[in-house]
Design a protein around this ligand. Structure first.
Ligand SMILES: Cc1cc2nc3c(=O)[nH]c(=O)nc-3n(C[C@H](O)[C@H](O)[C@H](O)COP(=O)(O)O)c2cc1C
Length: 347
């Protein structure tokens, strides 16, 4: 996680001057959809615990900026709730899980709800070693009691999310199972359901249920990116899951250029992990991405001020991207290329 941030902020851009950048345009098109700038909100589990019905608030903010919102498999709000309460183009993220009945069911529900794009996360055959979850009370000894104590110490959250943001369930899973599922259930269900036997064959199985655009998320190696092209994916997300899976892998921005050399132009190339500003978006695009996903950046904004916080963040990011484009002499997203990168000392 640290390396995602430090490697990305080390990327130096090449300032250019007197190049008439009037009429600058930050928009781009992905899978036939026009986005006001090249970003989408990443799938983040339990978003509804950061703000009241957090998935709906984030999706509304995304809609206002004409960028996609990605709903996690393990969201608090189910697909239908998010779809019926916002007008965002909704992407749905799916894990490969042992319970194939659930996968089939949720894909049908996604399609019926008008989800446009499937984001298939493949870097989670097992959850990473997440010691911070134990420290925070997300898991570990006395987790439920510790969370209760935290609620008492945070009365604003307790009222807004703890009481008025209920039900705190995993909406997509409880709809399938037909009964409510709490946080403990979430952890247990996840632990049982991640499937280490996952292979490209499982993606072929998914393809039979999903005819729309499909992105494969969690690629860090050019050979895997080539396999994704051979499989017929519509896009990939270069991602180390925000540093939450294998500690010690490459940062996404470091992994990106060789992957861009291998597949750029053949499929949509997205990247995430470490993006915190419009400047970071320009950096990822200069390194080869067509667009980025925002994870923690929007979650922090959502926790701070709900839909309004995410809208403010997205406005800021768009403005920062504009500044970066103006001062690197790029009039369109297409004009942000490897030529926009500065040579640094020793590089
Ligand atoms: C708290 C948290 C929960 C996440 N949950 C999911 C998830 O349910 N599905 C998924 O594909 N990725 C999940 N991710 C990974 C994000 O989609 C994204 O890859 C990552 O946050 C990008 O890094 P960043 O946070 O530095 O922007 C999660 C990330 C965080 C921080």
């Amino acid at each position: 996680m640290r390396r995602n941030r430090s490697d990305l902020s080390d990327v130096a851009l090449r300032q250019r001057i007197l190049r008439n950048v009037s009429g600058l345009d930050t928009s781009t098109t992905l899978f036939g959809q026009k986005l006001s700038f090249p970003a989408a909100l990443a799938p983040v589990g339990l978003t509804g615990m950061y703000a009241r019905r957090g998935e709906v608030q984030a999706a509304r903010a995304a809609a206002r900026k004409a960028i996609p919102f990605t709903l996690s498999t393990v969201s608090v709000c189910p697909i239908n709730e998010v779809q019926s309460q916002s007008s965002a183009p909704i992407w749905f993220q799916l894990y490969v899980l042992k319970d194939r009945g659930f996968m089939r069911d949720v894909l049908h529900r996604a399609r019926d709800a008008g989800v446009t794009t499937l984001v298939f996360t493949v870097d989670m055959p097992t959850p990473g070693a997440r010691y911070r979850d134990v420290h925070s009370g997300m898991s570990g000894p006395y987790a439920a009691a510790r969370r209760l104590a935290q609620s008492v110490l945070h009365p604003k959250w307790a009222w807004d999310v703890g009481i008025n943001g209920r039900p705190h369930d995993l909406g997509n899973i409880s709809t399938y199972r037909g009964h409510p599922t709490g946080l403990e259930d979430y952890i247990g269900w996840l632990a049982q359901n991640f499937d280490p036997s996952i292979s490209w064959k499982d993606l072929e199985w998914i393809r039979t249920f999903w005819k729309g655009p499909m992105l494969i998320k969690g690629i860090l190696d050019p050979e895997d990116a080539r396999d994704a092209v051979r499989f017929g994916a519509d896009g990939i997300v270069v991602s180390n899951h925000g540093g939450r899976q294998l500690d010690g892998v490459l940062s996404s921005c470091h992994a990106l250029p060789p992957i861009a050399d291998a597949v750029k132009g053949e499929i949509a190339l997205l990247a995430d992990s470490g993006v915190r500003s419009g400047l970071d978006i320009a950096r990822m695009i200069a390194l080869g991405a067509d667009a980025v996903l925002l994870g923690r950046a929007y979650i922090y904004a959502l926790a701070a001020d709900g839909q309004r916080g995410v809208e403010k963040l997205l406005d800021l990011m768009e403005r920062e991207l504009r500044v970066a484009m103006t001062l690197t002499g790029a009039r369109s997203i297409r004009e942000i290329t490897s030529e926009s990168l500065a040579r640094t000392l020793g590089g």
